[in-house]
Ligand binder design. Structure first.
Ligand SMILES: O=C(O)CCC(=O)C(=O)O
Ligand SMILES: [Fe+2]
Length: 261
């Protein structure tokens, strides 16, 4: 499993990208209302690969964010990427905002669910299993926050997400590495968004000579307002795509889980 030499990867983040990231951080709305942590849990929707948190954000909060995010200066990604980059057609806003990443981590149920701090994280893992699942000791979210808007006809072609080295600020700052992608869906068919599902392509079993088995079925994650989706990335990332939106708008907030390096 994992990225092959010739596979497309997502576009490089941060410094390598033009136009330059904005320096003024947005005045992000408060995270309210939220469902109490005790009513949320992690669901392992694809073993070792995809974990979701339904109702991570309420529909009201998602609506507040869609209106707020609509006021940000989004830029349309080029339809023709450089060689090796995935074709990705959407409107996006990207910012390094450690304070927002920290809020999204600690100011929601995410931290306690991922670290298994609550009474019930839903997965019932012990410490060693948890480290194995997340790829180390999770210490926060990637400060590199990406906002995507897909309108009719827009999509994110098949690709793998890279693991990146990042530094989490603090005194002292902490060297970290991203291990899982976080996608927070703000829209769904309930808000008029048709299409736009995130589709994962599990690898066929390896090792056997010319398997007669049919290739595994694609794993389709339907959009759901307020659903947080985590998927493993880096060397064990599954090939995936954001299907074309055929009506309405799809809005997503993206960050990544970071482990100590
Ligand atoms: O928008 C989606 O459904 C997928 C986004 C994605 O694959 C990414 O951000 O790397
Ligand atoms: Fe991706």
């Amino acid at each position: 499993m994992g990225p092959k030499k010739k596979s497309k990867t997502e576009l490089p983040t941060k410094a390598a990208q033009k136009p330059s990231t904005p320096t003024v951080t947005p005045n992000w709305p408060a995270f309210a209302p939220l469902i109490p942590e005790s009513d949320l849990s992690l669901q392992e929707t694809l073993a070792g690969q995809i974990v979701t948190i339904p109702n991570f954000w309420t529909a009201t909060l998602c609506k507040t964010y869609v209106s707020f995010l609509s006021s940000l200066p989004l830029s349309t990604t080029p339809g023709k990427p450089k060689k090796g980059d995935a074709v990705r057609v959407n409107d996006r806003f990207q910012i390094d905002d450690p304070a927002f990443a920290e809020r999204l981590w600690s100011g929601t149920a995410l931290k306690n669910l991922v670290l298994g701090n609550g009474e019930n994280d839903g997965l019932g893992l012990d410490e060693a299993q948890r480290r194995k699942l997340w790829g180390g000791e999770v210490i926060g979210l990637n400060p590199n926050i990406r906002i995507y808007r897909y309108t009719k006809g827009q999509f994110f072609d098949q690709h793998y997400d890279d693991s990146n080295n990042v530094t989490l600020p603090g005194s002292p700052s902490v060297p970290a590495r991203t291990t899982w992608t976080l996608l927070l869906y703000l829209t769904s068919p309930a808000t008029g968004c048709i299409g736009g599902e995130t589709v994962f392509y599990p690898e066929p079993e390896t090792g056997k000579k010319k398997s007669r088995e049919p290739p595994p079925e694609p794993f389709v994650v339907e959009l759901e307002v307020g659903l947080a989706l985590l998927h493993r990335h880096g060397a064990q990332c599954m090939l995936h795509e954001g299907r074309e939106v055929t009506n309405g708008e799809k809005w997503v907030i993206r960050s990544d889980l970071c482990v100590r390096r």
